[in-house]
Design a protein. Structure first.
Length: 372
């Protein structure tokens, strides 16, 4: 019995222990695999931003580290996960931009910077009309349409009688301040040269120092002072409806009557408002006033004969102006009318003055011989 147990033990040792020894010996020939831990440099980075209006191109100036994850936050709720993203904002503002970097070691760093987004808007102006033009003075109108972004602070009027395209540096200028967008301002020009044509326009300088201009317009100074002692002046450009303002300051307001109207094509086909009369029924009525009965009076006007009118007809007789009661013809003082000469299509302008009772003059005076 003992021999059998010894035999079983030896057999077990041969069957189990020997393969185990072989396994240990066999495994001893190779090394176990070793885990390699990455070596990571400290994260250092800076955010670079290139702005173009509302669009910003972002990038990172970093060391040689590799990143497993990049998380951008653009300061207005927008995000991105690319290394060099571009982002467009909805409006100009200053934002705090951040990016969180995660390297291969699992280390994280958050980089932030402030970015100002600017939306440049080009400013614009308009050139208004001229008024109260005299021999050495005139008023011109400046209009600010858009102040721009960033807001412009330099604007005004350029004017010159030498340069037909006036600009800052080549013409006289008159500057303004504190004009709101959409508002107009009247600029008084002085020390002008009498009897010449002046060209003028509005100007504005943007935040980059570039000038922008409105439409170039023109006015003509008079050869003599016509505003001193002025009793009535009707521009027609400033009025709508049937009431025509007197710009002389004497309040001799006129009223359009019986078909008289204002049209928008003036002398030499200029875009300006003028009074249109048919010479038969329509007229501009002005109430009697002390200022209309002076010892001396000068009346200035221009008129155009309609195309197709037969100026050779002796029946042509058109009233230009007269001072009297329109319905009764009483209180007559002065008048002028145009009449055909009946030859060579010439026209004669007649002007009459009727002295008032007890005046030193004893008879009416008639001027003739003015050819048009």
């Amino acid at each position: 019995m003992e021999k059998h147990l010894r035999g079983i033990t030896i057999s077990f040792l041969k069957l189990c222990l020997f393969p185990l020894i072989l396994l240990v010996v066999s495994c001893g020939k190779d090394k176990f695999p070793q885990r390699i831990f990455p070596k990571c440099e400290p994260i250092t980075a800076q955010i670079a931003a290139a702005t173009n209006q509302l669009k910003v191109d972002y990038s990172l100036n970093v060391n040689a580290a590799d990143f497993d994850k990049v998380e951008w936050s653009f300061g207005d709720g927008g995000t991105a996960s690319t290394f060099n993203p571009s982002y467009t904002y909805k409006e100009a503002k200053t934002v705090q931009v951040s990016v969180k970097l995660t390297n291969k070691c699992g280390e994280q760093a958050t980089i932030t910077r402030s970015v100002t987004v600017v939306q440049d808007v080009v400013p614009s102006v308009a050139t208004g009309s001229s008024s109260r033009v005299n021999n050495t003075t005139a008023n011109v109108t400046f209009q600010l349409l858009n102040v721009g972004l960033p807001a412009a602070t330099q604007y005004g009027i350029c004017y010159s009688y030498i340069n037909s395209s006036p600009q800052v540096g080549t013409a006289d200028t008159k500057s303004l301040s504190s004009v709101s967008a959409g508002d107009s301002a009247v600029i008084a020009l002085s020390n002008l040269t009498p009897g010449v044509s002046y060209y003028y326009c509005s100007y504005i300088m943007d935040s980059n120092g570039k000038y922008h201009y409105g439409e170039i317009k023109k006015f003509e100074t008079t050869s003599a002072d016509i505003w001193t002692g002025l009793v009535a002046y009707y521009d027609f450009n400033t009025d709508t409806g049937t009431q025509i303002k007197d710009l002389s300051g004497k309040n001799n307001t006129g009223t359009l009557k019986i078909g008289a109207d204002i049209i928008t094509t003036g002398r030499n086909n200029k875009t300006e408002k003028v009074l249109r009369l048919d010479g038969e029924s329509g007229y501009l009525d002005v109430n009697d006033h002390e200022s209309l009965r002076p010892n001396k009076l000068s009346i200035s006007l221009w008129f155009r004969i309609p195309e197709g009118l037969d100026t050779s007809s002796t029946a042509l007789n058109k009233q230009l102006y007269y001072k009297s009661d329109f319905t009764t013809a009483e209180f007559e003082l002065y008048s002028a009318w145009i009449k055909s000469e009946g030859r060579d299509h010439n026209l004669r302008i007649h002007a009459d003055v009727k002295p008032q009772i007890n005046n030193d003059c004893s008879k009416s005076v008639v001027w003739g011989g003015l050819m048009a």
